[in-house]
Design a protein around this ligand. Structure first.
Ligand SMILES: [Zn+2]
Length: 282
């Protein structure tokens, strides 16, 4: 059956450049996921900016999100999937940069990820999982969190997991189970892409993630010793320990999310918020 498309008038959220793009009808005929995030890479609408557009099942644009990362243009002659080789740039071409942020987030924070594959997609589950494992410290490897779904018909997909990331290999994201922004992932990918050597890119990602996990382990060691602690106090202690200027609330939330998803919900519940005092500061 030939694929039919719907035309969508998209406007760059940064500079206002407008262009029509074709979106597969199947994206809109599904009712299961509601709003879908569609990644718009550089040159698809705007030669300078890439972004995400949120589209509901009626084909109405509900919003935009900018992607600030600047990628040295990936040259088109880079083979989409050079035989069995898997590297960051190839993966970004397939999943889109935001898809990669999402897959990395899913891997670090232990969310199951479902990849709906098209017929051109040649990687298997084991390979994707091993790439994912490679960016994690050893203790957190081996959880097989990435699953490939062969059936291209979105309506036939049955995924029980409400906690899952669901995306396809054409830069559409159907479900993200978190609300946190993917700034951390953006930052570490940015650093990695500055390096040319492909293996070094993955190593650098692993180093950056290990740093976060070191902070997590220190935080856990504090939480295990006490009944409860105020958030601000904990932030000061972590910052001091790692010789950093005060870590941001965003970064602290990453630490908490990691503990909640990978270690223990109960430990996180020991962290208390000084709501009243916080409000009086504003
Ligand atoms: Zn633009």
């Amino acid at each position: 059956m030939p694929e039919s498309f719907k035309v969508l008038e998209v406007v760059c959220p940064t500079c206002g450049k407008a262009k029509s793009i074709n979106v597969p009808e199947a994206i809109f005929s599904q009712k299961k996921f509601g709003t879908v995030k569609i990644q718009i890479p550089i040159n698809a609408v705007c030669p300078e900016h890439q972004f995400i557009v949120f589209v509901d099942t009626k084909g109405i644009i509900r919003g935009y999100e900018k992607i600030d990362i600047l990628m040295g243009a990936i040259s088109p002659e880079v083979d989409r999937e050079a035989a069995g080789r898997v590297n960051l740039r190839n993966l970004i071409q397939i999943f889109g940069i935001y898809g990669i942020f999402s897959l990395i987030h899913g891997k670090i924070f232990n969310y199951p990820s479902y990849v709906i594959k098209d017929e051109n997609f040649q990687y298997d589950e084991a390979l994707l999982n091993s790439v994912g494992d490679n960016i994690l410290p050893e203790t957190y490897r081996e959880s097989k969190t990435i699953h490939i779904i062969e059936n291209p018909d979105i309506n036939k997909i049955k995924i029980k997991d409400r906690d899952a990331l669901i995306l396809d290999t054409s830069q559409h994201i159907f479900q993200t189970p978190w609300t946190i922004k993917l700034k951390f992932e953006e930052q570490i990918i940015k650093r990695a892409l500055d390096i040319i050597d492909e293996e070094q890119q993955l190593k650098l990602l692993q180093q950056d993630i290990s740093k976060l996990i070191n902070e997590v382990h220190y935080t856990v060691s504090i939480l295990e010793e006490i009944d409860q602690i105020y958030e601000d106090e904990l932030i000061v202690r972590i910052s001091k320990k790692f010789g950093r200027k005060k870590i941001s609330n965003y970064h602290f939330n990453l630490i908490k999310e990691f503990i909640r998803r990978n270690i223990s919900r109960k430990l996180v519940s020991k962290i208390k918020n000084r709501v009243g005092e916080f409000l009086s500061v504003i």
